[in-house]
Ligand binder design. Structure first.
Ligand code: GTP
Ligand code: MG
Length: 232
């Protein structure tokens, strides 16, 4: 599943890269998140199944995509992939391996720099803060909050994720850890976008806003975990 907002310029290259993983993928779903460009048309022409979500927000896009899959093609494993992550398709099989081998329920790509440069310093700092908090509070060993990840469908359904914002992946990790699912990280190559407009980590204010949303989600989800445990 590819959440995409104004990504008409990145999708052609991403789909060309996805040819490398054609044997592994049953269906490519692009969620056009209220784009102001021709993202939907480009995705359809490239052969994707397209869902349109009019409410901006990363989590809104993921929820809309999951609803559609639930109704039509619930997969065994769902892969999340950003529309500008050109390095990811070649690494799809390595991401899936721990699930195929029965060692993990959720696998997260830990980004290391290659090509045009890695995660920018302010995004890296925010990521380190959140991953350290997850380690201290929930014993997580994963070193990044990257969006390139694979999750068993049955587990995804059980987590009942509903965060409409960039807190989506924080909510996923907290709920997975506190429910005892096996969460693994694997190192993946990552290169900065070379097309389209940078919307979050390329912009300090947007990064701070996204960081704040992630932190808020972490606090809310941790408090919720505490309340649920004390009710048992
Ligand atoms: N900013 C933003 N991105 C969204 C939204 N919904 C889906 N996306 C997609 O989420 C993914 C991540 O957004 P990016 O703009 O690449 O954010 P980033 O990777 O942190 O930073 P840059 O790559 O530097 O822009 C892309 O595939 C976007 O198209 C939304 O509501 N806002
Ligand atoms: Mg990006």
């Amino acid at each position: 599943m590819i959440p995409a907002r104004d990504e008409s310029k990145t999708l052609p290259r991403l789909f060309a890269e996805l040819e490398h993983a054609a044997d592994t993928i049953d269906c490519i779903l692009v969620v056009d998140n209220a784009s102001r460009d021709i993202t939907s048309e480009v995705a359809k022409n490239l052969g994707a199944l397209v869902v349109y979500e009019s409410r901006p927000g990363y989590g809104h896009a993921c929820i809309a995509g999951i609803d559609r899959l639930r109704r039509e093609f619930p997969p065994e494993v769902l892969i999340f992939l950003d529309a500008d992550d050109f390095a990811a398709p070649k690494q799809l099989n390595s991401l899936l391996d721990p699930i195929r081998e029965g060692k993990a329920d959720l696998v997260i790509g830990e980004r290391r720099a290659c090509g045009e440069g890695g995660v920018r310093w302010h995004a890296r700092l925010g990521n380190q803060f959140i991953t350290a908090a997850l380690r201290i509070k929930f014993g997580s060993h994963v070193r990044d909050m990257g969006p390139f990840r694979a999750i068993r469908w049955s587990m995804l359904e059980a987590l009942e994720l509903d965060d409409p914002t960039y807190g989506w992946y924080v909510q996923m990790q907290v709920r997975a850890l506190r429910s005892g699912y096996r969460v693994h990280g694997i190192e993946v190559d990552f290169e900065r976008r070379t097309a389209g407009r940078s919307k979050v980590s390329g912009n300090l204010i947007a990064s701070v806003r996204a960081g704040w949303v992630m932190l808020r989600t972490l606090v809310v989800e941790s408090l919720r975990a505490k309340t649920n445990l004390s009710k048992r």
